[in-house]
Design a protein around this ligand. Sequence first.
Ligand code: ADP
Length: 244
Amino acid sequence: AQLALYFNQMAEKLNQIESMRRRLIGDVSHELRTPLTAIKGSMEGLIDGLLPATHETYQQIHTEADRLNRLVDDLQELSRVEAHAYQLDIRPVGISSLVQTVTKRLKPHAESKRISLDLELAPDLPHILADEDRVVQVLTNLTGNALQYTPAGGRITISSKQVNNEVQIAVRDTGIGIPPEHLSHIFDRFYRVDKSRSRQSGGGSGIGLTISRALIEAHGGRIWVESAGEGQGSTFTFTLPIQK
Ligand code: ADP
């Protein structure tokens, strides 16, 4: 009876893996099709003479090809991260230098959008145990999103404090916020709150947060989002273990 039970559980697990695999292929095909259709449509327009062979037309095609490129890069990174096909180089890392690496990189973008980028780092924070490059990658993703989804004149604050054996790092913005019904899906792959808006505004493929979550969980940390709703801003927080 025990053996039959295990067997059924195993069969059920295989079923789940198979259906996840099928869903993934469906999602990827869908995501690839959108830019491809746009490129094909523009090329046909050019060939038939219905679209003018102007700089703007070529620029549009280039933008879609670029999107395709980024999507493939993101997918490659996602599969590497989810399969744990990378080594974490865990060392003691100082929070303030890590945060500064990210703010220095994103400051020009923030200034060009007239968004203020502020820091609220608790004094005497202990070092965290982490792979610095990977945490920079996560913080860059969260801050980049905050820049993307915050209108001009807004404010982004990166804060950090110690809570028990962990350090919490949060990215808070005064941007468009996230409606409550989307909050629990935001880390799912390909999930975007508003697909058409995110495409028009040069948004990504909805993979960035999935990669960030996998990276933080590989460090033994957690990541979550809070938002009071549309127009109310968002806060993304993650935890990392401290050096004992
Ligand atoms: P994308 O590359 O589309 O930004 P992400 O996985 O990074 O993909 O984010 C998924 C979705 O979560 C975004 O498309 C957007 O709808 C929503 N989102 C992420 N960050 C924010 C934010 N700071 N404010 C509002 N919405 C956000």
